[in-house]
Design a protein. Structure first.
Lengths: 290, 367
């Protein structure tokens, strides 16, 4: 493998990792703050991809506007969803919530099948992003992949700012480290839950929208990504956004280079990584000495 | 919630130790079948219901058609699988999302260890299936029991996924296409599992044996120790129990019983493929448990029955019409949502919930 190929694989790994981070950050917040094991997170990713599929013709070249509209729509959707299906489940055993999110996967898959059908669709990236960028003498790299990485970085920085520099972010961080104490301090936990859930849905949908032009939009696309997201969340340590970032990049590299070097057994790579990390550090990377 | 307020033998420590320390996300003590009756012995209902149920099932081949018989076999096997997980998730509080790995390994062993020509021996293949599942469970359990709660769920998932990809991506068991069992195993002169009725009886016997074994186990010292670990592991350790050993033993036994279910599936279908080890299978069996009600052997069986029947009902064109049958996941999903919204303790808790309705509401308001 020469240097250029290596570089391209690195770019792919980073791009995949960043996309995973968008998904996993929402999941880790919902997980860490609300204690909900949200199996339906993959469905929100699928929702985003199908949003991109249906919104793309309406917005034409205004891809960024489309991303924002889609994120807003999915935020509202998440807000309503939390109110309708989760708000009364927090006092119950966690496994009841698992059952609920599983049922939601079934419902979302069927609604998707009823509304859009079961065909595989492609989403066209806007013209200003369809080109390639020369890399070295013979290789090129698609512009859209770079755009995807850049968009993820922008969102990640925004998320970092909100979580670390705002009052809402303070509540979120406090909620992740000690939920009961936050409630004890008189913070409106119901509203916090609803916002966190909605933000998680919006982040997953954004990831889906950004990923749509890269991969096709197809039924069951949520299921395949869900488990990898959980792997990322658990490696990073539940509730930790920094942990999720490190873990998603690790998973991105292990998966990409696993496919290059060990094509035969590439599927095992990330699970082996997770098993090793959890046996070494049973609460994920972020929690030191815990 | 009324049950959690009732006095139990293991009271949570007043200070310092959070009540949910037993892990697995199962907060607070729950009454198990074994602890349900005050005298310590089985109550009349708990003994009669399984026996009557078994007797009813035993006459199915004589009165029902092939379709119904196949459906019952399907439920029986899933019930064994659900019971094996119940020992872990319901009794010990160890929620595993990788239980299908043991099912799959049991099934693959039954096929791979069978002779290429001629029929294998039921006894040998069955023991091999259970043993190989138990060995993998020993390996997975020894490592993953270092973690707890959600991390435990994920490590078990990781090991199951590794097993899945090994069967899926290598040529050991025919890759993603799976592999066929050419001749179904026999016990010379006594039993040929190729015969529909013989297999039916064998599966039913396996279910009865599993249920009986677990029911006895839950009433033993070992079973009580496991229940204690679920309620408060720290306290069990303080009382002098080496909890790791108990948990590992439960994990291995659960793996072996899942291997038994896997053996039955391999023999029934004469075919195994890697999808048996997929995480969706582990998820489905966990859902059956939650649906039925965790912490009860009857709940596991009930969950397997209701889940399978609902799926069968919603997917049958004759009963619900072609439009709905084509989208059976929608109706199944909505039904599960309704179940979750209205039944906090699963199906098994429904009678108690109806009886104690006023008080349950009162307590819910307190929290």
């Amino acid at each position: 493998m020469d240097l250029t190929t290596f570089l391209i694989q690195c770019l792919n790994a980073v791009q995949y990792g960043l996309l995973l981070f968008l998904l996993a950050s929402g999941l880790t917040l919902i997980f860490g703050i609300m204690g909900v094991i949200n199996l339906a997170h993959g469905s929100f990713y699928m929702l985003g991809a199908y949003l991109a599929f249906s919104l793309a013709p309406l917005f034409g070249q205004q891809f960024l506007v489309m991303l924002m509209c889609g994120a807003l729509l999915s935020f509202v959707f998440g807000y309503l969803l939390e109110w309708a299906f989760f708000s009364y489940l927090y006092q119950r055993d966690h496994l009841q919530q698992v059952l609920m999110t599983y049922a939601l996967i079934l419902v979302f898959e069927e609604l998707r099948s009823l509304l859009v059908g079961n065909d595989v669709h492609g989403v066209q990236a806007p013209a200003w992003l369809t080109g390639t960028i020369p890399l070295g003498e013979r290789m090129t790299y698609p512009t859209y992949r770079l755009f995807a990485s850049a968009a993820c970085i922008v969102i990640a920085v925004g998320l970092y700012f909100v979580v670390n520099r705002t009052r809402l972010g303070m509540m979120v961080r406090a909620g992740a480290s000690n939920r009961d104490m936050v409630r004890g301090l008189g913070i409106d936990i119901t509203r916090l839950y609803r916002i966190v859930f909605a933000a998680g849905v919006a982040l997953a949908a954004l990831a889906g929208m950004i990923a749509a032009p890269l991969s096709s939009v197809y039924p069951g696309m949520g299921g395949s990504v869900l488990i990898i997201c959980f792997v990322v969340v658990v490696i990073g340590g539940i509730g930790s956004i920094t942990g999720a970032l490190i873990a998603s990049l690790m998973v991105g590299f292990v998966d990409t280079f696993g496919k290059v070097f060990f094509a035969e057994l590439s599927g095992i790579g990330i699970y082996l990584l997770m098993a090793i990390i959890l046996i070494w550090r049973p609460e994920g990377l972020a929690k030191r000495g815990a | 919630m009324a049950e959690t307020r009732a006095p139990t033998r293991v009271l949570p420590i007043a200070s310092g130790v959070p009540p949910a320390i037993a892990g697995g996300g199962s907060a607070g003590p729950r009454a198990t079948d074994a602890a349900a009756s005050p005298s310590g012995g089985p109550s009349l209902g708990a003994t009669l219901v399984p026996i009557v149920g078994l007797a009813l099932l035993a006459v199915v081949p004589f009165v029902a058609g092939e379709y119904l018989q196949d459906l019952v076999v399907k439920i029986v096997i899933l019930a064994i699988f659900a019971l094996s997980l119940e020992l872990l998730a319901g009794t010990t509080g160890l929620v595993s999302l990788g239980h299908a790995a043991f099912l799959g390994i049991g099934a693959y062993t039954a096929v791979l260890a069978a002779p290429k020509t001629g029929a294998g021996s039921v006894v040998v293949l069955l023991l091999l299936s259970m043993a190989s599942a138990a060995v993998y469970a020993l390996f997975v359990g020894a490592l993953s029991l270092r973690t707890r709660g959600v991390y435990f769920i994920m490590v078990t998932l990781a090991f199951a996924q590794m097993a899945y990809f090994i069967f899926h991506d290598t040529k050991i068991g025919g890759g993603s296409d799976g592999i066929y069992l050419n001749v179904k195993p026999v016990v010379d002169g006594l039993l040929d599992l190729k015969d529909r009725n013989a297999f039916y009886g064998f599966a039913l016997g396996a279910l009865a044996a599993t249920y009986g074994l677990l029911a006895v186990l839950l009433r033993s010292r070992f079973g009580h120790a496991l229940a204690g670990i679920r309620v408060n592991e720290q306290r069990m350790r303080a009382a002098g129990f080496r909890t790791y050993g108990y948990k590992l033993a439960a994990f291995v036994l659960a793996g072996a019983l899942a291997g038994l279910a896997g053996f039955l599936i391999a023999v029934r279908d004469g075919f195994v493929n890697p999808e048996m080890l997929a995480w969706q299978e582990s998820g489905t069996v966990l859902l059956m448990l939650i649906l039925g009600g965790l912490g009860h052997l009857r709940g596991a069986v009930l969950g397997a029955i209701v889940f399978t029947l609902l799926k069968e009902l919603y997917a049958s064109e004759g009963l619900v019409g072609p439009l709905l049958a084509g989208h059976w996941q929608l109706t199944l999903g909505l039904t599960i949502i309704a179940f979750v919204a209205t039944m906090p303790k699963g199906l098994i808790g429904l009678p108690a919930q109806l009886r104690r309705k006023p008080r349950a509401v009162e307590i819910a308001d307190d929290e």
